[in-house]
Design a protein around this ligand. Structure first.
Ligand SMILES: C[S@@+](CC[C@H](N)C(=O)[O-])C[C@H]1O[C@@H](n2cnc3c(N)ncnc32)[C@H](O)[C@@H]1O
Length: 282
């Protein structure tokens, strides 16, 4: 194993071991995000963005702010730069194939026998590609007009939420979607090289800030929860507690979609594995 750097340096922007530990401690305590020492250079790079915005000249100066009485004012911005927001339309496509052909017909049938309500939660929605993919997929499943369908999209990061709500993407990002799936997003030109997600999809969505390690204000129940590629950043007990809380948020028979490297191991007594990282509440 190689020795860990005592500090990462770039001219004036030195991230000392002590300051790294402060930042990593805040990430863990405030967001559940575990940042290991080999990520020090990456963290330093991200902090530089924040330092520039604040016109600060050193990481040490920024960390003084974090050690001071006004830390709570800076925390949301710090968390915004610490989160990893990588996402894509139709990422892990098999989940959307499952939602469209297996889950939605059953969900709609259940709703039609009862209160007509269908609720889906996208629990780490990042810049919006995932919840708009969900919206396009459920519309493609052609639920009857009587169904009251809503999708809640949440994330801890206020910057990505604002971008998601704007619903505008570069054509390049959009073009990376699988060719047969692109029409589902119903995009319209948005000026320059941008496209806007269709109004039919946008009206299904509500965006809210939500920190998964804090109490969840929603009552549920949800028919499906997408909690993908976020628990990889958490430790085992945090992941377990979130999965336990998903049980309470889901209807019996509801679906939980996890990211490709987030399988439930050991198996959870309340979930049956029914496909590639697709779980069903017993
Ligand atoms: C890698 S992205 C995954 C986006 C999307 N779910 C996907 O699979 O494409 C991880 C997202 O989780 C969010 N996140 C990290 N910690 C969080 C927390 N404690 N509560 C809510 N969201 C969190 C980040 O802001 C980021 O947008």
């Amino acid at each position: 194993m190689s020795a860990l750097p005592a500090a990462v340096d770039d001219g004036d922007f030195v991230l000392s071991q002590r300051d790294f530990e402060l930042i990593a401690g805040i990430a863990r305590e405030q967001a559940g995000i575990v940042i290991r020492a080999h990520k020090m250079a990456m963290i330093r790079g991200r902090l530089l963005r924040r330092l520039r915005a604040l016109q600060m000249r050193s990481v040490a100066e920024y960390c003084e702010l974090l050690r001071g009485p006004d830390v709570h004012r800076e925390l949301p911005q710090l968390l915004n730069v610490l989160t990893t927001n990588h996402t894509a339309f139709f990422r892990e496509r098999h989940h959307f194939d499952h939602l469209r052909s297996q889950a939605m017909p059953e969900i709609v049938q259940r709703a039609q026998k009862g209160d007509q309500r269908v609720r889906i939660w996208c629990a780490a929605s990042s810049t919006g590609e995932e919840p708009y993919t969900i919206a396009g997929t459920v519309i493609a499943a052609q639920p009857p007009k009587s169904i009251d369908l809503k999708i809640l999209a949440t994330d801890i990061d206020t910057d990505v939420l604002a971008r998601a709500e704007a619903a505008e993407y570069s054509r390049e990002v959009y073009e990376r979607s699988p060719a047969d799936m692109k029409p589902l997003l119903q995009v319209e030109p948005a000026g320059g090289d941008m496209v806007r997600i269709g109004a039919n999809l946008r009206r299904l969505l509500t965006f809210r800030q939500l920190n998964l390690i804090q109490p969840w204000p929603m009552k549920g129940p949800f028919d499906a929860i997408f909690c993908r590629n976020v628990m990889i950043y958490f430790d085992g007990p945090t992941k377990k507690s979130i999965v336990d809380r998903c049980v309470d948020m889901l209807r019996p028979g509801g679906w939980l979609y996890l990211g490709h490297s987030e399988s439930l191991s050991p198996p959870h007594p309340s979930f049956e594995l029914i496909g590639r990282t697709v779980y069903r509440r017993r």
